[in-house]
Design a protein. Structure first.
Length: 123
C-alpha cells in the first residue's frame, strides 16, 4: 500500500471528512497531508499512529514506506513482499485468537497459582 492508500483507510475508518481532521487524528500538520498526496512518505511517527488507528502491524507500514521510497524495482518488490508477509502473519494471528477465543498471553497465564485438589480414599 502507498501512503495515500493508508490516508484513505484512516479517513474511511474514522469517518473523517477533511484533510485537517485526518491530520489531527494522525498528529501531523495539515500541510503534511498535501505533501503525502504529492508523493512524500510517512515518517516513523506517522507510521506509528497510522498503525494504531488501523490496527495493523507497524512493521508492515514501515516496509510499505520503504517500498514507496525505493528507486530500484527489485528493492521495491522485496519491500512489498515483506509488507505483504507481515500483514498476512498478523491476519493469521488474529484468526487464531478469534478461533481459540483468547489471546495467547491470556491462554498461557502462569501468574495464577495452580491448585490440585486430589483426594485419596483409603480402603
Amino acid at each position: 500500500m502507498k501512503t495515500i492508500d493508508y490516508l484513505e483507510e484512516v479517513r474511511k475508518l474514522t469517518e473523517k471528512k477533511t484533510d485537517y481532521a485526518v491530520a489531527k487524528m494522525i498528529g501531523i500538520p495539515q500541510s503534511k497531508i498535501i505533501a503525502y498526496k504529492k508523493g512524500t512518505t510517512f515518517g516513523e511517527g506517522a507510521c506509528e499512529k497510522v498503525a494504531q488507528v488501523l490496527n495493523i502491524p507497524l512493521a508492515a507500514i514501515m516496509a510499505d514506506m520503504e517500498a514507496e521510497r525505493a528507486k530500484r524495482t527489485t528493492i521495491r518488490e522485496a519491500w512489498e513482499k515483506a509488507a505483504d508477509t507481515l500483514r498476512n502473519v498478523a491476519a493469521v494471528v488474529l484468526l487464531m485468537v478469534f478461533t481459540v477465543g483468547a489471546a495467547p498471553t491470556e491462554a498461557a497465564n502462569f501468574s495464577k497459582p495452580v491448585v490440585n485438589n486430589i483426594h485419596y480414599a483409603q480402603s
